[in-house]
Design a binder for this molecule. Structure first.
Ligand SMILES: C[S@@+](CC[C@H](N)C(=O)[O-])C[C@H]1O[C@@H](n2cnc3c(N)ncnc32)[C@H](O)[C@@H]1O
Length: 224
């Protein structure tokens, strides 16, 4: 189901804002987040990305959105998990660089994709140190792991700095309500609201799988 920018604007105006008093935050520290991720990455198919129909629909929508009417060029993927998206991106990109926080995820993705042309960096999106610019940057289901607004703002600024002037940023996240139910503070609407001073939404999709937790937004953004 596609949602329009007007719908999103409506959500941003009428929906719950970041400052709502009833937000349930777990206040996870970066070390706490790593513990959580380590447990998730221990599964055979972390987050069921390769086995769940909703996740397949989500990956398909991400690829459709980033390929729509253009080539991907030099691509930066942030947060690769076990490489399901990396595998697809490696087919369409001119060059592919991956930034990922967790050693365990890089090992799993490398085993799955097995492509010696991919450049891997074990780095935090909040502290990326890359000496390049990219035509396409993809960061889906990653930013909700950041629990402080200033770090989130920093991560978005890092992304803007790495994006070529005519580049595209593909962002994806479960919506605020889903993230809150998982104990995370900043879902899709919150991140897009924060991003709008530096980036403009040019396309937006909503994927709803009909089950709890299966409600996300995927957006294509460009620099302002
Ligand atoms: C839920 S998976 C999403 C995978 C993939 N992007 C997708 O959309 O299917 C989140 C991934 O982001 C990584 N991640 C979480 N926080 C990160 C950070 N601060 N910097 C870089 N990667 C991070 C996790 O280790 C994990 O591999």
């Amino acid at each position: 189901m596609a949602i329009t920018r007007e719908f999103l604007k409506h959500q941003l105006i009428c929906g719950k804002k970041m400052e709502d008093p009833d937000l349930v935050a777990t206040n996870l520290s970066p070390a706490g987040v790593k513990d959580l991720l380590r447990k998730d990455l221990d599964a055979r198919d972390p987050w069921n990305i390769s086995s769940c129909e909703y996740e397949q629909k989500r990956l398909h929508a991400i690829m459709e959105l980033c390929l729509g009417g253009r080539t991907l060029g030099d691509v930066l993927e942030i947060g690769c998990a076990a490489g399901a998206l990396t595998e697809r991106l490696s087919i369409y990109s001119q060059s592919l660089t991956v930034v990922e926080l967790m050693t365990e995820a890089i090992a799993k993705a490398q085993e799955r994709v097995n492509n010696s042309d991919i450049i891997w960096h074990e780095q935090d999106v909040c502290q990326m140190d890359l000496n390049a610019k990219y035509d396409t940057i993809i960061c889906t289901e990653v930013l909700y792991y950041i629990h402080e607004k200033e770090r989130l703002r920093g991560a978005l600024e890092n992304i803007v700095q790495l994006l070529r002037s005519d580049g595209q940023f593909i962002f994806g996240s479960p919506r605020n309500a889903v993230c809150r139910s998982w104990g995370h503070l900043f879902g899709a609407e919150a991140v897009l609201e924060l991003a709008q001073s530096r980036l403009r939404i040019v396309d937006l999709r909503r994927i709803n799988g009909g089950l709890p937790g299966q409600d996300c937004v995927i957006a294509k953004l460009t620099r302002r």
